[in-house]
Design a protein around this ligand. Structure first.
Ligand code: GLC
Ligand code: CA
Length: 535
């Protein structure tokens, strides 16, 4: 069943353009490469693709450093290629979501280049956050960049500019009306070209308060924001409540203006999803309103342990929080910023969790390669390109492992991704993960995803709320099974390394790995797997 509107229970496939498919042998994926492989995407059974940035960019941060938000970077093709991609996707009933990056521009954007040449106090500098040094020459405050190091860089005349990320990503000053006018232009530009929605990068970051105040524990805050898992949870949560530059009230006003733009395209159903890492979690739902954004990412599953207790808690909480704003949650197991789910929790566990999540109400995001069961790529330090690797002097390895190009076919690396040298090396051990070999293997992760997404459409979408089986509010850490009913389907997940028996009346629809033995209503669920039964 198709839920209405289209995005409400969609499956959205995140494509990282540089790593998807290379059409011209230069070792980097591109827009014509994506168009060439849309049949594959369609056969996967998703409803939409979200394209990570393909705009003009010096590519210091994987294209999230935008030098011209209304232009296509030559490495990815040109505007005609973008139009062709959108048309070809629409012909296959796939919507297209673009990434918009409003927190910062690249230092190569003509605005920033002009600001460098202009004097302090000029209107060119007022589009960014330029301030004088303190009297002792230090930066205006002690904030630390999310990629490590100070979040201020000094220019020739001694002023500093703010960058929450890399020094090549100057933060924009959203108090300046020229900034909002320019973003309105950009939104309209892509909607007019056929784009169906936006993923808003660092959506919580645009408005800064107390810019001239020091933070009492800038390093602790920076570790907390990186979700440093070694940090004590209480300490982390307490620090996260003190961020001076995220989740300020002003950001909501910006998105309410954006919503008016989206809704002015009558009949287009333009949607937007916020990337908003905020604390406490209830704050995330404040981005989702009838007069604001349509969805907010829920990142809990990117870090959740594979235990009944943790999974129950994060899933139940997300459903409940979204219900307070009359919305459905979003789910994501992987993205371009986090370790791949297989590397984090294991191959079979990742398949089980995907199947479990595909049955839940709301939208599901799948990061390209996740359907193949790809682990993180093995890289040496000389391969790495993530600015967080350089800015922390290698202490943090960065996110390149999740961005290794997709293996398509053949027995030897680079497995049909390119006829040239891939921008990140693809390990020879990935021969088992190529699209071609997985299509031949009925037990592959790809088949699991294809089958599951078909069944999700048939039985789950539009089937309302879930009810948990066996009062999991008492779920202890050691609990073996997690289960819910939705519509006529019951979903069981076995979190342990041994088979588990359960009582369920019904016929097996799908299992993520292994085989389910049935003795009438007693079913044996394989270790580390998930199964759907229909009454
Ligand atoms: C977002 C993107 C990430 C990027 C950062 C700065 O978190 O997902 O890849 O590095 O914003 O733009
Ligand atoms: Ca290319």
């Amino acid at each position: 069943m198709q839920s209405s509107p289209w995005w409400k229970e969609a499956t959205i496939y995140q494509v990282y353009p540089r790593s998807f498919f290379d059409s011209n042998g230069d070792g980097e994926g591109d827009l014509p490469g994506i168009t060439a492989r849309l049949d594959y995407v369609q056969q996967l059974g998703v409803d939409a693709i979200w394209l990570s940035p393909f705009y003009t960019s010096p590519n210091k941060d994987g294209g999230y450093d935008v030098a011209d938000p209304r232009g296509v970077d030559p490495r990815f093709g040109n505007l005609e290629d973008a139009k062709e991609l959108i048309t070809a996707a629409h012909q296959r009933s796939l919507r297209v979501i673009a990434d918009i990056v409003p927190n910062h521009f690249s230092d190569q954007h003509h605005w920033f280049q002009a600001a460098l040449k202009a004097p302090r106090g000029s209107k060119e500098r007022a589009r960014f956050h330029f301030y004088d040094a303190n009297s002792d020459g230090t930066p205006p405050n002690n904030w630390i960049s999310l990629f490590g190091g100070p979040s201020w860089t000094q220019v020739e005349d001694g002023q500093f500019y703010l960058h929450l990320f890399d020094s090549s990503q100057p933060d924009l000053n959203w108090e300046n009306p020229e900034v909002s006018e320019d973003f309105e232009k950009t939104l309209r530009f892509w909607i007019d070209l056929g784009i169906d929605g936006f993923r808003i990068d660092v959506a919580h970051g645009l408005v800064k308060e107390d810019i001239l105040k020091n933070h009492p524990d800038p390093q602790g805050l920076s570790d907390a924001l990186r979700l440093d898992l070694a940090m004590d949870t209480e300490k982390r949560n307490a620090l996260l409540l003190t961020v001076p530059y995220f989740d300020r009230q002003g950001v909501h006003e910006i998105y309410r203006e954006w919503r008016k733009i989206f809704d002015s395209y009558i009949g287009r159903d333009i949607m937007a999803v916020a990337e908003a890492w905020v604390h406490p979690p209830v704050n995330a739902t404040r981005y989702v309103r009838a007069d604001e954004l349509h969805q907010v990412f829920n990142f809990d599953l990117l870090t959740a342990e594979f235990t009944a207790k943790v999974l129950y808690d994060v899933i139940d909480r997300s459903i409940a929080l979204n219900a307070t704003v009359n919305a459905l949650p979003t789910w994501a197991l992987s993205n371009h910023d986090s370790p791949r789910v297989v590397s984090r929790i294991g191959q079979e566990q990742a398949g089980a969790l995907a199947l479990f999540v595909f049955g839940l109400p709301g939208s599901t995001y799948v990061f390209a390669g996740q359907e193949l069961g790809l682990p993180d790529g093995e890289l040496s330090d000389s391969d790495r390109q993530d600015p967080s690797f350089f800015r922390t002097k290698g202490v943090i390895k960065g996110r390149d492992g999740a961005r290794v190009p997709l293996p398509w076919s053949g027995d030897a690396t680079p497995f049909g991704f390119t006829t040239g040298k891939p921008w990140l090396p693809i390990s020879q051990s990935w021969s088992q993960f190529t699209v071609k070999s997985e299509l031949k293997n009925p037990k592959s992760s790809l088949h699991l995803y294809q089958n599951a997404l078909k069944l999700r459409k048939e039985f789950m979408n539009g089937s309302g709320e879930i009810t948990w089986v066996e009062s999991p509010e008492h779920a202890s850490k050691g609990q073996a099974l997690l289960a819910y009913h939705r519509g006529s389907v019951t979903v069981f997940m076995n979190l342990t390394d041994i088979t588990q028996e359960c009582k369920v009346d019904g016929k097996l629809l799908i299992v993520s790995s292994g085989t389910v033995d049935a003795h009438n209503e007693m079913k044996v669920i394989p270790a580390r797997s998930c199964a759907w039964f229909i009454a």
